[in-house]
Design a protein around this ligand. Structure first.
Ligand code: PDD
Length: 275
């Protein structure tokens, strides 16, 4: 079953109008929420960010947010999802094609579940990343459906045999194509501040809290490409990638190609929270 607006229907019934503004303009926002053992992880934080993204593009949820919360929980139950994700998006709806906001359209909400497992192998061995100039727009804080910049960067990374692209604006490292980037240097954890250049990841915030609990000082400050490439440890975070070690970036080997000490401690703390 999928959720379409306020109804549960079969996937075949989930039809989108060809003039839906999400389809034509990417005029909408989304969330990806992790489900561990049948429970939605950090649901309140995801829904808060979903609301924030909607406000940023002048969209309103067409029903109470409590209803949405209930609907998402029901969707997980109906689909007997134990471990996986919920993808949810809202678009401005269907209207005759014009760039400006149409009058009186009804937003379209759709959500579905997908079974996925934790990327255990990669979490144990780390991934390689490829550097890409950040050619995206200046509102990366909105979880917008417009992901072309992210898609092109990820594909460039894949074409180079890497699993993630790390964006930089000139010398400044911003984030990954679908992750936030952290480095450890001289016993401190650094990550780009939550401004308009990055998406303020829910996992990012969670990991910052875990680091504080572990006594690892956290500095939310941008860092340079050189600081990235000569860091003691590098990892990226996201709802699906969790705390993912990066052991190679372009030609540079990080942390002797192994999962670093702090990264491992954060992974352990994260794992305790989800199991
Ligand atoms: N991506 N930065 C970008 C550009 C992202 O797309 C994501 C998430 C993150 C991490 O956010 P979070 O920790 O809340 O998942 C950072 C999701 C998973 C996706 O598009 O599939």
């Amino acid at each position: 079953m999928i959720l379409l607006n306020n109804q549960f229907v079969s996937r075949d019934e989930g039809k989108v109008d060809i003039e839906d503004r999400g389809y034509q303009f990417g005029d909408g926002v989304y969330e990806v929420i992790r489900v561990y053992n049948g429970k939605l992880f950090s649901l309140a934080e995801h829904l808060e960010r979903f609301k924030r993204s909607m406000v940023a593009i002048s969209l309103k949820l067409p029903y109470a947010s409590e209803t949405l919360t209930d609907n998402l929980k029901t969707l997980v139950e109906k689909n007997n999802l134990r471990n996986g994700i919920i993808y949810i998006q809202i678009t401005r709806g269907a209207a005759s094609r014009n760039h400006g906001f149409p009058n009186n359209t009804t937003p379209v909400i759709s959500a579905y579940t997908k079974e996925i497992s934790r990327p255990i192998e990669a979490l144990n061995s780390g991934i390689s990343a490829h550097l890409v100039e950040d050619f995206r727009w200046l509102r990366c804080d909105i979880k917008s459906l417009n992901l072309l910049g992210n898609v092109l960067a990820k594909q460039e990374a894949l074409d180079h045999g890497c699993q993630e692209a790390i964006f930089h604006r000139g010398e400044r490292v911003t984030e990954g194509s679908s992750t936030n980037v952290f480095i450890i240097r001289a016993g401190k954890l650094l990550t780009h501040p939550a401004d308009n250049f990055i998406l303020n990841g829910i996992t990012r915030r969670y990991v910052i809290e875990l680091a504080c609990q572990l006594g690892l000082p956290v500095i939310e400050k941008s860092f340079t490409l050189n600081e990235l490439l000569t860091a003691d440890e590098v990892f990226v975070t996201s709802t699906t990638q969790e705390v993912m070690p990066v052991v190679k970036i372009n030609q540079s080997t990080i942390a002797e190609g192994r999962v670093g000490k702090w990264t491992q401690l954060l992974q352990n703390a994260f794992e305790s929270a989800i199991t």
